[in-house]
Each structure stands twice: as C-alpha cells, then as structure tokens.
Design a binder for this molecule. Sequence first.
Ligand code: HEM
Length: 356
Amino acid sequence: MGCVTPRATDWGLALFVGLLFTTGVMTLFAGERGDAWVFAAHGAGGFALAAAVGWKLRRVWRRLAQPSRWDRRTAAGAGALGLVVATLLSGMAWSSGVKLSAAGYNLLGWHFALGVVLTLVVAVHAGLRAKPIRRRDLAGRRQLLAAGAVAAGSYLVWLTQRPLSGWLGLRGGRRRFTGSYEAGSFAGNDFPSTSWVADRPRPLSEGSFRLELSGLVASPTQLTLAELEAGDMLVATLDCTGGFYSRQRWGGARLLSLLERAGPLPAASHVRVISHTGYRWSFDLEDARGLLLATSVGGEPLSHEHGAPARLVAPGRRGFQWVKWVTRVELHDGPDPGAAASTVWSSFTAEGRGAA
Ligand code: HEM
C-alpha cells in the first residue's frame, strides 16, 4: 500500500464519506429484506473509512503530535479528524448495542447528526481545497490491489461483526438487519412511540371521528370508526428509523377494501394517506395491497400516542411511513411530491401542535 499517493488517500476519504452519507440516507427508506445490501454497504464502508483514516494518520501523525508545528490548517484538519472519529465511533457503538443518550437523542440520532455535519464539512473542504486527481494517483497495479484489499477486508470485517457480537454476548448480535433493536413486541400498546419531528395533536374523539375517502373515486364517502373495525388482521413489524422495532398483531381494515366502497376511478394510480396533522405519505396502488388501517394492536384499541383512532400499517416500510391519526385517504393519478415536506410542516399546523 506504500504506493497510495497522499492525493489518492484524500480523495478516497472524501469518496467513502460520500458513500456513507448516501447509504446512510438510504437506510431511512430501507425496510424490506431485499434492502439489506444498503446496511452491508454502509457498515463495510464504515470500516473502509476507518482504514483510510488510519492510513492518512500514518502520514500526518508526527505533525499532529507536535502542537508547536501546528498552523491554521492543522487545527482544521484535527477538527475534521475528530468529527470523522466521532461519527465512526457513534455508528460502531450503536451497532454493538451500546445504550447511550444525550439531550434526548440516542446514539443513532447523534450518529445521523454527526454524519450530516461531517458530510457538509467534507463537501465544503473539497470545494475549497481539492487538488485534481491525476492519472498516477489511480493508474498503478498496486493502487488497484490496495483498493481491492480495503474493499474486501472491510466487507469481511463487517461480515464477522454480528456473529462476533453474538458470541461476546453483546446486544448488537441481536439487532435486526436494519440495525434496530427489539422493543415491546406482542405487548399491545406497550411499545415505544415516536413522532417524526414534533407532532403533538390532541386526542381525536371516537364518536365524531370520520374517515374521508376522496380524490379519484366515483362517490366520495365518510366512514365511522365502527366501519373501520372490519376484523382484518395482520402481523407486521414496525421498524422505526429512531432505532427500535416491534412486531405486533394489528387489527382493522385492509385499505384497498375500504377504497372499494368509494368506487376507485380507472385513472387512480396512487393512494395518499393523510393524518389529522397534515402529515401524509403516498403509495403506488400496487404496493398498497398490503396496507392495513389499524384500529387495534394486540387486541387493545390503539392508544392516542400510537395514532388512535386509526393508523396505517405498512409492512416493509420504515415507521415514519406508518401515518398516525389518519382522517383522510385520497386516490390520485401520480405520486405525491409534497409528502416529504408534509412530514416537517405537520408539526407547525394548528392540528399538529394540538391547538385544533
Ligand atoms: C457520512 C458519515 C457517516 C459515517 C462515517 C457513518 C459510519 C457508520 C458506521 C461506522 C457504522 C457502524 C457499522 C457497523 O458497525 O456495522 C454506522 C452505522 C449506521 N449508520 Fe452511519 N455513518 C454516516 C452517516 C449516516 C447517516 C447520514 C445515517 C442516516 C441518516 C446513518 C445511519 C446508520 C445506521 C442506521 C447504522 C446502523 C446500521 C447497523 O447497525 O447495521 N449513517 N455508520
């Protein structure tokens, strides 16, 4: 590896940070078994970044260890190094099962935040100072071998990490493929509840509750809570991007069978599920076959913090897509470009704040 030039090392570091940020953001949407490669790429990428940081440190360590030789650039470099190490350690500690939280956020929350700040710092640094990569930084056979060794080695380390954690009795050996830890499975409402951003709606009255079915339907319809208690059951895992998962028996009505009552029009291709708070998510009608509108969990009526009177159950999707406090379901002829923004602004609506 003696052939890897300083410039290739720096570009390698930036590339790994980019890969980790991209796969990190992708983890937020990865909930199906087929998405497991995203977590593999993220975990192996973390070990590759650690190797590249170690390699860079071999070169710059002497200067770093002598504060008398520091200039402004060294201080910036040391700050960036601290950020990389904190991001790597928070990710690895989370994956090993360390339970820590600070200021109301668990290790995974801090890891997300550190990862985003690190990526911004690296992007600004690269924009201001990056030196163009040359042929000789990439072309050699030994360069290629070094890159292959880092890729294969980090994947192997990632592969052994979970069995090793299990063998050492660490909690990390028992995490789901998404990195989430089990909490309150099959215990009725007794599992953690989180709301994306800061939704705090008031409890909705069951008596006056109506679910509105509208959009591309022949006859817009309103259903009472009793009409949603159709006896359909589904065992599905709620896997929250906050880092826990809970497997539950959900009861209610299949979303598509409810929509049948309003007469979907042929142009309808997407279903939009909308909360009392304005929070909404949209699904392809093909994907919507597996969706349930739940009014109960484990035989208990759904509690307010879990989305009563009715919440969406979306198997294979991450928890933030399981819309709570659903009051409207609409059919549309395309996807919903505003859905992501709705998950943020719902906390600022009067309904989201609990004022209406
Ligand atoms: C760009 C900076 C980032 C770095 C350097 C980084 C690094 C790491 C590392 C080293 C791990 C431990 C992997 C393992 O031990 O298997 C990890 C885990 C994780 N990271 Fe990141 N990460 C970054 C950004 C992000 C972002 C932006 C997100 C999400 C928005 C994210 C989500 C996760 C998740 C969910 C895990 C747990 C995966 C598991 O337990 O298998 N990361 N990260």
